[in-house]
Design a protein around this ligand. Structure first.
Ligand code: PLP
Length: 362
């Protein structure tokens, strides 16, 4: 295994985060969201770590195929539903639960003749205005489900919150009220909370919660880190120094010569770049840990490497380990400096970065 960039995946942290979510969402069932390659941690790795969840969820049929081919038979929810009769047949063969969020998906189900009976999750648009039936269209959608030739194995309702991560909960309360007005009297099981909803309030959880980010140990709130929520970061992105240069005062580093040494400097070149999914503009004040010591990034991030100012740091040489994010350098902090969110950094890691399980698979 290369000693260059790799993502160490702490499977015990993934499991501990599931336990933490269960504690916060006591009495609810948990749908562990593993879409987008398990938020960068590996789709199958994440699904195996969350074997203790009540259900798994992915966004796309292709992701469901990968899980079933890996021998994962857990209940599995397709969050965007299906588009076309072939996809419906494939979803049946894979024994998926389906989100149903628009009329064409109802038409597909009306033409379905089995034998698989889908569990259907009718999505209500309570104000996100992305997917789901609006309140005025919901009764007709539900009536069509009730009239299906192949009766569903279950009918449940879900909605998604737009601003549950924000301190002002006015919009969330309006969404919850709209959802309640739409489905409150039907006696159906509900699913509401994503990570932010789960940690914001029990009111924004529902009977089934749908955590993603929190399971990977990161916080959806701008002012809090995963550890503040009792979560453990599950990914440590590491690499190593591949060259160390002494740079006389006035010399520049990297493309565009955007940084110049204002003193005689030592610069470490590190094997990590945007070809691995890092952001080219890491933002002012961005740093990495070189041999456990903070070192500011200098110059532009290129495809395969970046540079850090290690002037005055002891023991930095070729092979010195580097942490790009992880327990000692929260991914939320790295994302904040780069003007983005932990979600994007984690999902952006490319296929070139080996994911190394820790502890290793038995
Ligand atoms: C991705 C997704 C989630 C998980 O969201 P997090 O913010 O990562 O917890 C939940 N529900 C739906 C519908 C999603 O698409």
């Amino acid at each position: 295994m290369s000693r260059l960039i790799r993502a160490l995946i702490d499977t015990r942290a993934l499991q501990a985060n599931l336990s933490r979510v269960r504690e916060v969402a006591a009495g609810r069932r948990v749908i562990a969201v593993v879409k987008a390659n398990g938020y960068g941690h590996g789709l199958v790795t994440a699904a195996r770590a969350f074997a203790g969840a009540d259900m798994l969820a992915v966004a796309r049929l292709e992701e469901a195929v990968v899980l079933r081919e890996a021998g994962i038979h857990a209940p599995l929810l397709l969050l965007e539903g299906v588009f076309g009769p072939e996809e419906l047949a494939q979803a049946a063969a894979l024994h998926l639960d389906l989100v149903v969020h628009e009329a064409a998906q109802l038409a597909l189900l009306e033409a379905w003749r089995g034998p698989w009976r889908f569990a259907l999750w009718l999505k209500v648009d309570s104000g996100m205005n992305r997917l789901g039936f609006r309140a005025e269209d919901f009764p007709a959608a539900r009536a069509r489900v009730a009239a299906l030739a192949v009766p569903p194995a279950a009918v449940r309702v879900l909605t998604h919150l737009a601003t549950a991560d924000e301190p002002d909960d006015t919009a969330t309360r309006a969404q919850l009220a709209r959802f309640e007005a739409c489905v409150g009297r039907l006696g159906l099981e509900t699913s509401i909370g994503n990570s932010a909803g789960i940690f914001a309030s029990p009111r924004s959880q529902g009977d089934w919660v749908r955590p993603g980010l929190a399971l990977y140990g990161a916080s959806p709130f701008a002012d809090r880190r995963g550890v503040d929520l009792g979560l453990q970061p599950a990914m440590t992105l590491v690499s190593s120094v591949i060259a160390v240069r002494s740079l006389p005062h006035g010399e520049a580093v990297g493309y565009g010569a955007t940084w110049r040494a204002v003193r005689d400097s030592r610069v470490a070149i590190i094997a990590a770049g945007y070809g691995d999914g890092l952001i080219r503009d890491c933002g002012a004040g961005a740093s990495v840990l070189v041999g456990g010591q903070r070192a500011p990034l200098v110059g532009r991030v290129s495809m395969d490497m970046l540079a850090a100012d290690v002037t005055g740091l002891a023991g930095v040489e070729v092979g010195t380990p580097v942490q790009l994010w992880g327990p000692q350098l929260p991914v939320e902090e790295v994302a904040g400096r780069a003007g983005t969110i932990a979600y994007e950094l984690l999902c952006s890691l490319t296929g070139r970065v080996p994911r190394v399980l820790n502890p290793p698979p038995a």
